[in-house]
Write a protein that binds this ligand. Structure first.
Ligand SMILES: [Zn+2]
Length: 247
């Protein structure tokens, strides 16, 4: 956390949320690893250390919040988060974060079930913004090549309408920019649809996982947001959104 915060300061970033994963589906047997008490302890330390230099929000990325409502309630009612990402990594018992998911499958059979499941998630899940809306393209690239979002316009617009109705948002996720597909999630086309459906809440996510990815290509993400009409992004404090204008 210290390294992440130092990296943010070095990059001229004034405010970040550190969003460890809270996953309730075990990726490997026995590996439910989320430790909120440890997280908040470490967070207090960096908040003290970087006081006056960096605003550090308490965040979490919850996987499949719609499938684990009781666990999510328990977590969010126990700990004081500023910001909660809801993410979909699994479609049923299949993990989309792997090229195995794409092997031997028609491209339609890959993304449609994912977006169907995401519609369920955004309709009921407890979160502030949806993480990496079309994350599969990162992992499908090796099998199916570059990704075309246009066949999923209706699905995505419906997801966006539900989010807008519920006062929730999306992020521009830079994790896929660093990978072979080399575009954020969503890309400019997807972001434009969100805007057209009335989307106003937007955050910027490095999906860092490693220190040197903090703030990766942040300026490109900001330019993309501006190009579809955003004049700023959204910050969160105690789960309440507030505007952060572009300089
Ligand atoms: Zn994720």
């Amino acid at each position: 956390m210290v390294d992440i915060c130092q990296r943010a300061v070095d990059k001229g970033i004034g405010e970040i949320a550190i969003t460890d994963h809270a996953d309730y589906i075990e990726y490997k047997p026995g590996d439910e690893f989320y430790n909120p008490a440890g997280y908040f302890e470490a967070l207090e330390q960096v908040r003290e250390q970087f006081d006056g230099q960096l605003t550090i929000r308490a965040g979490v990325e919850i996987g499949e919040p719609h499938r684990f409502a009781d666990r999510v309630d328990q977590l969010l009612d126990t700990y004081s988060y500023d910001f909660v990402i809801g993410s979909l990594h699994w479609v049923g018992d299949r993990l989309i974060l792997s090229s195995d998911y794409f092997e031997g499958r028609d491209i339609e059979d890959v993304y449609r079930p994912y977006f169907e499941e995401m519609l369920k998630m955004v309709s009921v899940g407890r979160f502030d913004i949806v993480g990496h809306i079309d994350v599969g393209k990162r992992y499908g690239f090796d099998v199916q090549g570059s990704y075309d979002v246009t066949p999923y316009e209706e699905e995505l617009r419906e997801i966006y309408r539900v989010l807008v109705q519920r006062g929730k948002g999306i992020e521009i996720n830079q994790g896929s920019v660093r990978r072979k597909v080399q575009e954020p999630a969503p890309n400019a086309v997807g972001l434009q649809w969100y805007r057209e459906e009335g989307g106003e809440i937007l955050t910027l996510g490095s999906d860092g996982h490693q220190t040197d990815a903090v703030g990766y290509c942040l300026e490109t993400a900001i330019d993309m947001a501006k190009s579809v009409g955003f004049t700023g992004v959204t910050g969160y404090q105690a789960r309440e959104p507030f505007p952060l204008s572009f300089a």
